[in-house]
Ligand binder design. Structure first.
Ligand code: GRF
Length: 372
């Protein structure tokens, strides 16, 4: 029996591509984690392979799976994943790559066809990957996902006791996900409140759409999963693929409550419905006054004598869900948006952890249970 399977090098794949090219044939390229193969993967790969004459699958290395999906993944090490993948009828060659994105691999291989599964549109592909594909003259094909099959779903099912969903932990702690895009001071306050035992919760995952943000840095320093989701071109919206990716992350982390702490993009389906009553936001105004962006500046412009912050549930209506708590601060003469916002944040840092700590007492829902 041979030892561990040896995946192909990028040079091997490039050679295959050039040989096919000389014969007027096409190499199809696809990439992904492929951690636990299911029928959805197999069908997708069959369809992708049919777009050309041979197919390379670029597998995310273990390190890049961890960066994309959190510390509990992958389930199977990269050489095992490569070995299983290479045994499929649709797959001709398998290589492993380390980056979160496949850009440099696309540049090196110059495949004829690039296949991507699922909810993407050509427009919602990562910009650098798309530029690399366009430069290489690669044809981009988006293939439908097979509904009802996903690795996360399989894992959750395996962990569930007969007839029900497994509790996320036995600890009784509220399992939260924190989403942010900015400085991350509210995340820091949550981390501190947990450390000080003022907040009986655990951070299951943090998600950001800003790879280099203070928010992500704070999460990393605290040793909690700090995942990046590429939200797409529009800084206020999330692409459909990103909406789904966030949902998958939340499911994977078995989250009770989703905390938006300065997350600048609008969450929609499937998260909004699946987590109804379990998504909370902190906003720097006394809602319903001054919804949306620039709330501190709007309070000053309107000549308000006081402002503050609001912790509220999130619905499809922006800053419109049920108000859970508010704290007031004075607006001082000579305040700028920055000075007022800083004063408001001091209150946010107390109010948000406090509301989270009271979550169950307030009769708010957690995973697998409606409101009591
Ligand atoms: C906070 O003021 C919050 O009210 C608003 O965004 C800001 C985030 O600040 N939604 P930070 O990133 O937590 O420091």
């Amino acid at each position: 029996m041979p030892d561990d399977y040896t995946p192909a090098t990028v040079a091997d794949v490039r050679r295959l591509r050039d040989t096919l090219d000389q014969q007027g044939k096409k190499l199809v390229f696809t990439n992904g984690c492929f951690d636990l193969l299911h029928a959805g993967h197999v069908r997708y790969l069959e369809q992708a392979r049919a777009l050309g004459d041979a197919m390379v699958v670029a597998l995310n290395s273990d390190q890049s799976v961890r960066a994309l999906k959190g510390p509990e993944r992958p389930l199977n090490p990269e050489t095992d994943r490569a070995e299983v993948m290479s045994a499929l009828r649709a797959v001709d060659i398998v290589t492993i790559f380390d980056d979160e994105r496949a850009t440099s691999l696309i540049e090196a291989i110059r495949p004829h066809v690039y296949a991507k599964g699922g909810d993407y549109t050509v427009e919602s592909l990562n910009r650098e990957e798309r530029t690399a594909l366009e430069k290489a003259g690669t044809q981009i094909r988006i293939l439908p996902l097979v509904p009802g099959r996903s690795t996360t779903r399989t894992i959750n099912k395996m962990q569930a006791p007969a007839g029900g969903e497994a509790p996320a932990t036995d600890s009784g702690l509220l399992r939260i996900a924190v989403l942010g895009s900015g400085a991350g001071s509210n995340l820091r306050a949550i981390i501190a409140a947990i450390a000080d035992k003022k907040l009986k919760a655990e951070i299951a995952v943090t998600l950001t759409d800003q790879a280099e943000s203070g928010f992500r840095q704070i999460a990393r320093e605290a040793g909690v999963p700090a995942l990046f989701v590429d939200g797409g071109e529009n800084p206020r919206k999330l692409s459909e693929a990103a909406q789904k990716e966030i949902f998958e992350h939340l499911e994977r982390a078995r989250v009770d409550v989703v905390v938006l702490a300065g997350f600048m993009r609008i969450l929609k389906e499937p998260v909004i419905s699946a987590y109804a009553g379990r998504i909370v936001n902190v906003h720097p105004s006394l809602l319903p006054k001054f919804k949306g962006a620039n709330a501190p500046q709007l309070a000053i412009d309107e000549g308000e004598l006081e402002s503050g912050c609001t912790v509220h549930l999130v619905t499809a209506e922006i800053d419109g869900g049920r108000i859970l708590a508010q704290a007031r601060v004075p607006v001082n003469i000579g305040d700028t948006a920055t000075t007022l916002h800083a004063r408001i944040k001091v209150e946010e840092h107390k109010l948000l952890p406090q509301v989270l700590n009271e979550w169950r007492e307030r009769g708010l829902p957690v995973r697998g249970a409606g409101p009591s």
